[in-house]
Design a protein around this ligand. Structure first.
Ligand SMILES: NC(=O)C1=CN([C@@H]2O[C@H](COP(=O)(O)OP(=O)(O)OC[C@H]3O[C@@H](n4cnc5c(N)ncnc54)[C@H](O)[C@@H]3O)[C@@H](O)[C@H]2O)C=CC1
Ligand SMILES: O=C([O-])CC(=O)C(=O)O
Length: 330
């Protein structure tokens, strides 16, 4: 088949791999992974250990993190690896971090929505965000834990309570990409990160692609359902981990490049936004030395895509409100 979705995810790419392993950018960053022992956390930590922009990789979890750290420290790359176990060691993990990546929390089983994870993961993200807000308030936070539509508002409200909120530093990692045969195609995916709130802007793919409406519709639904496909294929053993680890490592690398002053770094992520009537929304973002530099917005989109965004609004707003209420009324 000429066109295929490469099992969704962020498949990229030789460019990322070569840039992270042979970087000339000088930045000796401390990166902390919270949830480092999990299905995402372990391969993500491995990929970050290979990133030459990182001089200190701190691995935090409530289980196994000293062992994971000992294991990774036998890889002969620059980053020093430290393991931190349980709440008593959270402060040491977080303090001095440039970037904190959070893949902590439970994943879906078949039949569950991402919102079904709220009750468990909301508390986990709240407590981790609170530690960042206290001990490293200037760090960039990249939240992977689901439901991203609610966990990003939760982290934001926690920072507001601590008086250290900066909307340009809190990102929900919600990257989905599309690949076309041998040539790599990038497709912005905007909105939120669950079901109908995931809105691929196929009209903005580069290089451009063109479809009959029926195929556009099918592809859109397939992308919206991509995470669920993996959950079903894993049949109870969790959700996407290896591809998410790659996506998370790529996003972190983009952030480190931008923090080091490289220009023109663009990623889609779920952030505080004025682009639509939803308070948080994912669009392409220009990253800079202080995190989000400029929201590049939706650009020119088809009526079909505008209708998808309208259809996403009720669910997205509900998810955001739920996250905010968890902190404000909890
Ligand atoms: N944003 C996205 O596109 C994606 C998000 N996810 C989400 O990522 C999360 C993690 O998924 P997996 O790694 O597969 O789960 P997992 O269960 O394999 O790993 C989660 C890890 O979090 C740790 N953990 C639990 N409570 C913690 C706490 N209070 N502090 C620190 N660590 C804690 C666990 O000990 C475990 O090591 C899930 O919520 C999942 O839905 C998964 C795939 C894609
Ligand atoms: O589907 C899930 O639960 C995990 C996830 O967010 C994804 O793979 O996009």
């Amino acid at each position: 088949m000429l066109f295929r979705i490469v099992s969704t995810r962020l498949i990229q790419n030789a460019k990322f791999i070569s840039r992270s392993f042979s970087s000339t950018t000088k930045l000796n960053a401390k990166v902390t992974v919270c949830g480092a022992s999990g299905g995402i956390g372990q391969p993500l930590s491995l990929l970050l250990k290979l990133n030459s922009r990182i001089s200190h990789l701190a691995l935090y979890d409530i289980v196994h993190s000293p062992g994971i750290a000992a294991d990774l420290s036998h890889i002969s790359t620059k980053a020093m690896v430290t393991g931190h176990l349980g709440p008593d060691q959270l402060r040491a993990a977080i303090e001095g971090s440039d970037v904190v990546v959070i893949p902590a929390g439970v994943p879906r089983k078949p039949g569950m929505t991402r919102d079904d994870l709220f009750n468990t993961n909301a508390t986990i993200v709240r407590d981790l965000a609170d530690a960042v807000a206290q001990y490293s308030p200037k760090a960039i936070i990249c939240i992977i834990s689901n439901p991203v539509n609610s966990t990003v508002p939760i982290a934001s409200e926690v920072f507001k309570k601590r008086g250290t909120y900066d909307p340009n530093r809190i990102f929900g990692v919600s990257t989905l990409d599309v690949e076309l045969d041998v040539n790599q195609v990038n497709c912005p995916v905007v909105g939120g990160h669950s079901g109908v709130t995931i809105v691929p802007l196929i009209s903005q793919c580069t290089p451009p692609v063109s479809f009959p409406q029926e195929d556009r519709d099918k592809l859109t639904k397939r992308i919206q359902n991509a995470g669920t496909e993996v959950v079903e294929a894993k049949a109870g053993a969790g959700s996407a981990t290896l591809s998410m680890a790659f996506a998370g490592a790529r996003f972190t690398d983009s952030m480190l490049q931008a923090l080091a002053g490289e220009e023109g770094i663009v990623e889609c992520a779920f952030v505080r936004s004025d682009e639509t009537e939803a308070k948080y929304f994912s669009t392409p973002l220009l990253l800079g030395k202080n995190g989000l530099d400029k929201n590049l917005g939706l650009g020119k989109i088809l009526d079909y895509e505008l209708n998808l965004i309208k259809a996403a609004m009720p669910e997205l707003k509900k998810n955001i409100q739920k996250g905010e209420d968890f902190i404000l009324k909890g």
